[in-house]
Write a protein that binds this ligand. Structure first.
Ligand code: T1G
Ligand code: NAD
Length: 700
């Protein structure tokens, strides 16, 4: 018996309790405890075994933190086989989220009973792997190929009643799960029926033609070639039908080991843990403030999106606009977002009604007097925002949180115009708000810990991933984007075409290259910003004026039918435009640059290494707490390919020495590429960015 697994027998039923917070992950100690419990069940006094878990959930899977380390005995597949082979009835009692290895343990038990509120599933594909403890062999035997494939390839959990209808669990109860499981065990022992072992079950094979058809249909789906897990899942589910159970388990194990060792899985596991780690902030001990009533100032693209998200989280929202006409437009945008959500089945008509009832609008900031929080999202203009903050300071109640959604402006400056700088924080959402998961919580110099904690709590409530950022130009994300764009712009100026750069970055795994993204977002917004900053620009720094030339030609992107590409009427498909090639050539001649060819690999490296280099500077300045936070920002806010884990993770994989040396080589011609001092220190000390993540984890 161990801390993590204990058992006691009452009336012949051995009750095994797993207790390994926070999610009863099946780490080595839990596996050993369960292994020993099944051994102890050989006691003649034991007639049946009930396995359940304490805390919030039945095991939510294998312990993801153990991956990549030498596996400790007993292995999970062996444990599942031991449970299944037990000659005493073993009942699994499921609550919370029985996922991955946790659900596989349940499938190895002879009978499964669950709370109606429980969820089960196979999320392994989200980690670039597959159910590697018999799930691909036992589940199809119970529910057939179609259901098993959907569960494993989509990786989404299902509720208990649905799982029961599929034949994956045997009973659903509303309450008293453990008592009900003990009763059921006693009853089944009474009945003396033969134990039902999933590995021997053939219910799912009743229609072998249909089974094979489901396999073929799944194979026919076009999938991301960088993500091999779905294809291997299909192979394993097919093997379940074609191979004897033991051989099928071996087949699954081989596929599992291949995938665990893959770059994609390492990246996806890093992404999973990094998103959780991002919540480990110095302010985690502080108590967030209660937020029930919120105000949003500015009902444009961002303000309307933010207001809709707040309504979706159950808050009362007051939208403030500059005048009645723009207020109506702002409320109209929220209504459009609701309309779209209803059309897509993401919002019911009743919920829409309820949200609308919690929405108010005004052109008077004083209308926010009772609000617990305000998020300012007016036009990106320093003087305008400062004026709004001065007014908010006057009208907001004591203890209210004053947040800004600014993309680039100095949050300390905005705090300084108020008498309550401790209540001022940056909450930087991303467009479109309903789709982008990221919120940068910008902690200004005087922001109180509980105000930062409030930002994180709000982000979690909105279903977003929050990352803590310090104050600097562009915080973490836009600063990384600026470096990425600068690298790409230098490539253009030195001979590459926008289509070449975009193709190379799509190859790298981005859904779109930087110039497709620029044309979609509109070139005019950043042009306005460049013009605003022109006087303060450092003349020593290289400035690529290609974008200015395009804007001067009225090419603002998709919205004007031309930008880095041209777009046919009503189309969003980029077409290469000779006019752009002319503008590029004119710029090169003006700067005396002899254009040259760039291969895909070099384009990718220059863009990636520019991000890594900027990331190292951001870390050195303490703007980000840890490298994995930068990875989370780029994954959740900028479309960086999730299976790569993020730029800092990708740099670790490539080798810091290679990154630094390439930068150093390019810096000979262009100071922009000068390696950040941190990279040199890391090489000197043999360190990786992941070492810094681990150290940070120790501290928090
Ligand atoms: N291993 C280790 N730690 C885990 C974990 C896991 N499987 N799941 C969660 N945690 C930690 C997480 O890092 C965080 O830590 C805390 O628990 C709360 O998590 C052979 C090989 C269960 C739905 O993929 O989907 O089984 O920050 O913030 O929002 O086939 O966590 O507090 O220090 O996410 O309420 C398959 C992953 C593994 C499920 C709860 N299982 N987990 O969500 O809390 S692979 C998964 C989740 C496998 C076998 C294979 C969610 C959750 P900290 P949280 P939440
Ligand atoms: P927008 O132009 O769509 O909306 C700004 C709104 O502010 C307009 O509706 C305008 O009427 C309103 N407004 C102006 N002065 C006001 C006042 N005194 N009181 C009330 N409302 C006023 O701009 P946007 O794209 O929604 O950007 C808003 C803010 O969000 C900016 O700071 C921007 O940098 C930031 N941001 C934008 C994006 C993006 O992708 N667009 C992403 C993140 C952050």
């Amino acid at each position: 018996m161990s801390q993590a697994v204990s058992w006691q027998t009452q009336d012949g039923v051995m009750i095994v309790t797993i207790d390994n917070p926070p999610v009863n992950a099946l780490g080595a100690e839990v596996r050993q405890g369960l292994w020993d419990a099944i051994g102890a069940a050989e006691d003649p006094g034991v007639k049946a075994v009930v396995i359940h878990a304490a805390g919030r959930t039945f095991p939510a899977g294998a312990d993801i933190r153990e991956f990549g380390k030498p596996p400790a005995d007993p292995w999970l597949p062996d444990l599942c086989n031991r449970i299944e082979a037990c000659d005493k009835l073993v009942v699994a009692a499921l609550h919370g989220t029985a996922l991955g290895g946790g659900f596989e343990v349940a499938l190895a038990c002879h009978t499964r009973i669950a709370l109606a509120s429980a969820k089960v599933g196979f999320p392994e594909v989200n980690l670039g792997i597959l159910p590697g403890a018999g799930g691909t062999q036992r589940a199809p035997r119970l529910c057939g190929a179609q259901e098993a494939l959907t569960l494993m390839i989509e990786g989404k959990p299902i509720d208990a009643p649905t799982a029961m209808a599929m034949g994956l669990i045997d009973g659903v109860v509303e309450e008293d799960l453990l008592e009900q499981a003990i009763l059921l065990a006693g009853m089944l022992v009474e009945e003396g029926k033969p134990l039902r072992r999933s590995g021997e079950c053939r219910d799912g094979f009743r229609d072998p033609i249909g089974y094979e058809a489901a396999i073929r249909a799944a194979r026919a789906v076009k999938r991301d070639p960088n993500l091999p897990a779905p294809g291997r899942i299909i192979d394993c589910v097919e093997a379940a039908l074609l191979l004897p159970f033991e051989n099928g388990l071996g087949y699954e194990r081989a596929a599992f080991e291949d995938l665990v060792a893959s770059e994609a899985s390492a990246g996806l596991r890093h992404a999973f843990l990094s998103e959780r780690r991002a919540g480990h902030i110095p302010e985690a001990h502080a108590t967030p403030r209660e937020i029930a009533q919120a105000g949003v100032v500015g009902g444009g693209l961002m303000g309307a999106g933010i207001a809709t998200a707040l309504l979706g989280a159950g808050l009362h929202v007051t939208l403030v606009e500059a005048d009645r006409e723009r207020l109506a437009a702002g409320l109209g945008r929220i209504d459009d977002l609701h309309e779209r959500a209803v059309k897509r089945g993401r919002l019911s008509a009743d919920a829409r009604e309820a949200e609308w009832d919690r929405l108010g609008g005004t052109t008077d900031l004083a209308g926010l007097g009772a609000a617990d929080l305000v998020i300012e999202a007016v036009t990106e203009d320093e003087a305008l925002k400062a004026g709004v903050f001065r007014d908010l300071d006057r009208v907001m109640k004591p203890g209210a949180v004053l947040a800004t959604n600014t993309s680039y402006l100095d949050v300390d400056d905005l705090a300084r115009v108020t008498d309550r700088p401790a209540d001022v924080v940056g909450l930087h959402f991303f467009s479109p708000v309903q789709a982008m998961r990221l919120v940068e919580v910008v902690a200004a110099a005087k922001t109180a810990p509980e105000v930062v904690a409030t930002g994180f709590a709000l982000a979690k409530r909105l279903g977003k991933v929050a990352v803590r950022a310090g104050v600097c130009d562009g915080f973490i994300g836009n600063r990384m984007l600026t470096a990425y764009r600068m690298a790409a712009d230098i490539l253009l100026e030195e001979g590459a075409a926008p289509a070449e750069v975009d193709a190379a970055m799509r190859d790298f795994g981005f859904a779109m290259g930087p110039y497709q993204v620029a044309d979609m977002a509109g070139l005019d917004i950043s042009w306005a910003r460049r013009k605003r900053l022109a006087d303060s620009r450092d003349p020593a720094q290289r400035y690529v004026a290609i974008a200015d030339r395009l804007c001067e030609a009225g090419r603002f992107g998709q919205k004007t039918g031309a930008g880095y590409y041209r777009y046919a009427e009503g189309s969003r498909t980029p077409e290469e435009d000779p006019a752009v090639a002319d503008i590029l050539q004119a710029e090169r001649s003006a700067r005396g640059i002899e254009p040259r060819r760039f291969g895909k690999v070099e384009i990718r490296q220059r863009c990636l290494f520019a991000m890594v280099n900027e990331g190292a500077k951001i870390l050195a300045e303490g703007i980000a707490l840890r490298p994995s936070d930068i990875d989370v920002v780029m994954l959740a806010g900028y479309g960086f390919p999730r299976w790569r884990g993020g730029p800092m993770k990708a740099a670790d994989r490539l080798g810091i020495l290679q990154v630094r040396n390439a930068l150093r080589g390019w810096a000979a011609d262009e100071p922009f590429w000068t390696p950040a001092p941190m990279l040199n220190d890391m090489i000197k000390n043999g360190r990786h960015f992941d070492d810094m993540n681990a150290e940070e984890a120790q501290k928090s």
